[in-house]
Write a protein that binds this ligand. Structure first.
Ligand code: GLA
Length: 400
């Protein structure tokens, strides 16, 4: 990734650091991107496939060590400063966004304790954050805060923790500290991303490979509904429990099955009558077919067949709307109006849903028309003004 893309972020956090903490020498800057998921939604916590990519925008953090065991978290975008002594890293609702970096710190300390690598490397730090991922838009602003923090604090502690380890501990921070039962996709994409490439990841084994995103003549456009996600966390956790109930039901017929991600479409057709709750059956139906769509999407990309790739994106959205029920009025309106644009060959919600963003595959010469038509029609139907981002695929977390 070119250094130029980072100039603004780097300036924001180093100048902010000087303002808040009165110095800038010895300050190091780390970056972690947001992500977009191309297909494979709500499959990660079911051990299935996902196909995300890292974005070029993300979170920057400027950091300098302290020796008194205090961690001081500041953001240029939120008011309060949150101070935490290293021996009292606890969740506090009023700490809001700072619970993400605090959760990461707690997990780094836990890793230190359990790996027996010696104590004392975590001596305190001042941290200043700034980011350009829209919050709560389904582009993983939280995972990007987590990975930027994990890389910054572990590096400052003199450790070279492998990125995959930072990915896993950031997920644990969100599961155990923040209380969102998310899967591994976001942290993985944010940590492991590579410029110009998407990642095909199987979420139970963490087997993965990079797939060049060859979409010559087309652009990926992210459209933000600009509808804040309300109650998303509790609904997310509810979906996850419904999948667990589905798995338990199917295991009565297939005792060896370890996750829904291991269930083929054919097997599902054979055992689906084991699930009597129609809502649970719909959730499982989505997961099994979405998983299959990811594999087909990857093959179609390999074959340069973007039309099929786009069609699979459309099907994914419809399944998330009708079977998984995580879209809602705004995302469904975006989907409908995007489908009306000539040159938009695929479109779907991305991320957890319940508001947030949609991603569309649009012919290059139709991008302006796409923005105009989608913008006007979406606003006419919802009263909201959407934002558009042309999606460039960047690298994962790094020190700048
Ligand atoms: C959120 C979660 C991910 C994943 C997606 C849905 O982004 O953090 O783990 O479950 O929703 O695919």
């Amino acid at each position: 990734m070119s250094g130029e893309q980072h100039i603004q972020g780097q300036n924001e956090v180093t100048q902010g650091f000087e303002r808040f903490f009165g110095k800038s020498d010895g300050v190091r800057v780390f970056f972690a991107p947001g992500r977009v998921n191309l297909i494979g939604e709500h499959t990660d916590y079911n051990g299935g496939y996902v196909f995300p990519a890292a974005l070029t925008f993300g979170t920057y953090v400027a950091v300098a060590p302290r020796q008194d065991g205090q961690y001081r978290f500041r953001s240029l975008q939120f008011e309060a400063q949150v101070d935490t002594p290293v021996d009292q890293v606890e969740y506090r609702k009023e700490d809001d966004w700072a619970n993400y970096p605090k959760g990461v710190l707690a997990q780094l300390l836990e890793l230190q304790r359990t790996s027996g690598d010696g104590q004392g490397a975590y001596t305190g730090a001042d941290l200043v954050y700034w980011g350009n991922v829209p919050n709560g838009a389904g582009l993983s602003s939280s995972a990007s805060i987590e990975l930027a923090t994990a890389l910054a604090l572990s590096t400052l502690a003199g450790l070279k923790v492998p990125m995959l380890e930072l990915v896993k501990l950031s997920q644990r921070a969100e599961n155990r500290f923040v209380g969102v039962n998310c899967g591994i996709m976001d942290q993985f994409a944010v940590g492991m991303g590579r410029q110009g490439q998407a990642m095909m990841l199987k979420c139970d084994t963490l087997d993965y490979n990079y797939v060049p995103l060859d979409i010559d003549g087309y652009k990926l456009i992210i459209t933000n509904t600009n509808k804040r996600r309300g109650l998303a966390d509790s609904k997310y956790n509810e979906r996850r429990s419904q999948c667990e109930a589905g798995l338990a039901g199917i295991q009565e017929r297939l005792p060896g099955l370890s996750s829904l991600g291991e269930l083929s479409v054919q097997e599902w057709e054979r055992v689906k009558d084991a699930i009597t709750d129609p809502v649970v059956a719909n959730r499982v139906e989505h997961v099994v077919r979405e998983d299959d769509r990811v594999l087909r999407a990857k093959s179609s990309l390999d074959a340069g067949d973007l039309a099929t790739f786009g069609e699979l994106m459309n099907q994914s959205h419809e399944s998330l709307r009708d079977l998984y029920e995580v879209t809602g009025f705004e995302l469904d309106t975006l989907y409908a109006v995007a489908r009306e644009v000539d040159g938009c060959i695929g479109t779907r919600m991305t991320g957890a849903g319940f508001g947030g963003c949609n991603v569309s595959l649009v012919r290059e010469d139709a991008v302006d028309a796409f923005r105009q038509t989608v913008g006007e029609r979406y606003t006419a139907r919802t009263g909201l003004v959407p934002s558009f981002y042309v999606c460039d695929i960047g690298d994962g977390a790094i020190e700048i």
